[in-house]
Every structure is written in C-alpha cells, then in structure tokens.
Design a binder for this molecule. Structure first.
Ligand code: ZN
Length: 172
C-alpha cells in the first residue's frame, strides 16, 4: 500500500532551500503579471512568457536569482508596450554619453538631459540591453549595484507608464 511519503520528492537540504527560493521567485513573477496586466483582456503572449518562466524555475532551481527575475520583468514591460528606450536619449535622441535613466522620460538619458534622472552605470545599461536580447534562461547577472539600478529603472518605468508599483525583488 502506498503512503503519502511515496509521492514526496526526495530532496537534500540544499534542494529544499532551493525549492523555497523557486516558489518565492514564481510567486513574484505571478505578482508582477497581475499588477501589470490587471485588465480582463486576454494577453496570450504574457501567458506564454509566464508559463516559460515558471517552467524554467521548475526545471532549474539556479534560475531563482535576481538577474532572471529582473529580466522577466523587463520582458513584461516589453509586452505591456512600455519597455524603456535604450538605444538613444529618451529626451533628445542623443546616442552617446547615455549616463542616466529617467522613468518619466521613458528610458536612458544623456548627460545634457540628466537633471531628472538617476545615474545608470555602464554595467546596468548592458544588463538592460542583454536581458531584453536574450532568453530568460540566459538572463545576465550583475553586481548588487547593477541589479539595484536595473530594478530601479524597471520600477520607475512601471510607475510612470503603467501606474503600477511592483513588489521589491531585491532585499532592502
Ligand atoms: Zn539628451
């Protein structure tokens, strides 16, 4: 006779710890979708993106990391039509000296326009470009400063253009 224990996956202590991180990452992904797409309109591309993220977290516990979570949010901004402008200054179109990020302007800004922006390091800029240009499974990683700047860029974009406040992803 089969008992309940038979269906419990055998996991090491490390596996259980990873599992908690996976569940947390999955919950945050669902929460971000709910906040950004709260209308009843169907969003098949968002559903596919979320299903892809959940499958990835399920099959690979190491994906429950900030880089993956932030890349997922960037792809949500893309699906929502509010992805930050990264190729040129969002205020004047300048393509060089892109040193700041302005959620209000909708993307990166140049040194001449940076009054209402916060400083965006080159590494954070490359994260934003890299995360949008690669699959979730290959989302970039970065230093804590980089990840914080990226989270701020995503958060300010969602606030200014979707009037949505996303739950913090990185620990305060
Ligand atoms: Zn500018």
């Amino acid at each position: 006779m089969r008992g309940h224990n038979d269906i419990t996956p055998r996991r090491s202590a490390a596996g259980l710890r990873d599992h908690a991180a996976t569940l947390d990452a999955a919950a945050r992904a669902c929460d971000a979708v709910t906040r950004l797409f709260e209308t009843s309109d169907p969003h098949p591309e968002v559903f596919r993106l979320l299903a892809n993220e959940l499958a990835l977290l399920h099959t690979d516990a190491t994906q429950a990391r900030p880089g993956n979570g932030l890349a997922f949010r960037l792809k949500l901004l893309l699906a929502a039509g509010i992805v930050p402008q990264l190729a040129a200054c969002a205020m004047c179109g300048e393509t060089e000296h892109l040193r700041g990020f302005s959620g209000a302007a909708g993307g990166v800004v140049c040194t001449a326009c940076e009054a209402a922006s916060f400083p965006l390091a080159e590494e954070a800029y490359h994260f934003l470009v890299g995360a949008l240009g690669s699959s979730l499974a290959h989302a970039p990683d970065g230093s804590e400063l980089t990840l914080r700047q990226v989270e701020r860029a995503i958060g300010e974009t969602a606030e200014h253009h979707a009037h949505v406040r996303l739950r913090p992803l990185l620990a305060a």
